[in-house]
Write a protein that binds this ligand. Structure first.
Ligand SMILES: NC(=O)c1ccc[n+]([C@@H]2O[C@H](COP(=O)([O-])OP(=O)(O)OC[C@H]3O[C@@H](n4cnc5c(N)ncnc54)[C@H](O)[C@@H]3O)[C@@H](O)[C@H]2O)c1
Length: 274
């Protein structure tokens, strides 16, 4: 395989939630790698040279309009937008809206064979396997409105659930999407210095401070998360699908194995192993 497989020349890329943070870093990186880039966001997009489309993931019809404005083909879709607990409509922004957008792209035949989807979950989503029956029950909801109704009925409008849903969705969709020649993966970033993390700094950037202190590292930069995400949607990752890749500098692994014992209870809690 030539190194070309890591590049995006001749590809059209859609970044959802690409105004700031990891999405913005992803948009900049794929652009540098040769892609034509479309960014959808409800905030202003400042990266020069990209087509910008206004989108609020809470608005089902607005998603349909944004997809129509974008058109196809989309060779790589990066589903990056996300918000923290306390934001009204979190269940739509973090998962249901992304799934609806993917469904519209599929319905429109806009994701050709060889295309790939890269989502951003979180360590907060690690418990998806422990909760698999309920996660699958939620994923069985066929569309935007039924998913919203399920969340309301089950009181699941929270960050952890939205990220578990992403992990379960990625795992479950690998097979049917691959039958159409499409791959899907996600990253689970550790603390990353973005506007979202800064707005919730105590919890988001406080997480893992002890581990970073003892390893001499800083919180991740947005670009350190964009790079693996961009790899996963490149042709270089053509045999990788259905994975939720932990990109946290080894914190969770060190907790599971107790090489860094302080992370053990955190890993146990996140995996749902009480
Ligand atoms: N920063 C971290 O420490 C961290 C850790 C793990 C996972 N994550 C996840 O990473 C992803 C990216 O977050 P980030 O940290 O780069 O934050 P960010 O706030 O910089 O980026 C999120 C983007 O989503 C957009 N967005 C928010 N609400 C929207 C809506 N209703 N419709 C359309 N776009 C909307 C924002 O305008 C922004 O551009 C999120 O899914 C977040 O949950 C972040």
């Amino acid at each position: 395989m030539a190194f070309e497989a890591f590049r995006y020349d001749g590809k059209r890329v859609l970044v959802v939630g690409g105004a700031t943070g990891m999405g913005a870093a992803t948009a900049a990186l794929v652009q540098e790698a040769g892609a034509e880039v479309v960014v959808m966001d409800h905030a202003e997009v400042t990266l020069p040279g990209v087509k910008s489309i206004a989108l609020d993931l809470r608005d089902r019809d607005g998603i349909d309009a944004a997809v129509a404005e974008c058109g196809g083909p989309v060779h790589a879709l990066f589903s990056c937008a996300g918000v923290a607990d306390g934001t009204p409509g979190i269940e739509k922004i973090n998962f249901i809206g992304h799934r609806h957008l993917i469904d519209r792209l599929l319905d429109g035949g806009m994701l050709p064979r060889g295309s790939a989807i890269g989502m951003i979950s979180s360590a907060a989503g690690l418990g998806w396997e422990a909760n698999l029956p309920q996660v699958l029950e939620f994923l069985d909801t066929p569309d935007f409105d039924s998913a919203v109704a399920w969340i309301e009925a089950n009181q699941k409008a929270d960050y952890m659930w939205s990220k578990q849903a992403i992990c379960g969705y990625v795992a479950r969709q690998a097979f049917p999407l691959l039958q159409q020649g499409i791959r899907i993966n996600a990253i689970l970033p550790g603390p990353t210095d973005t506007p979202l993390a800064q707005a919730n700094a105590d919890m988001w950037l406080g997480f893992g401070t002890d581990y970073r202190g003892e390893t001499g590292i800083e919180p991740s930069t947005p670009m350190e998360q964009a790079a693996p995400l961009v790899f996963l949607c490149s042709a270089a990752a053509s045999y990788i699908t259905g994975i939720t890749m932990i990109t946290d500098a080894g914190y969770i692994s060190s907790g599971i194995t107790e090489s860094f014992p302080a992370a053990k209870p955190v890993a146990d809690f996140l995996y749902g192993r009480y």
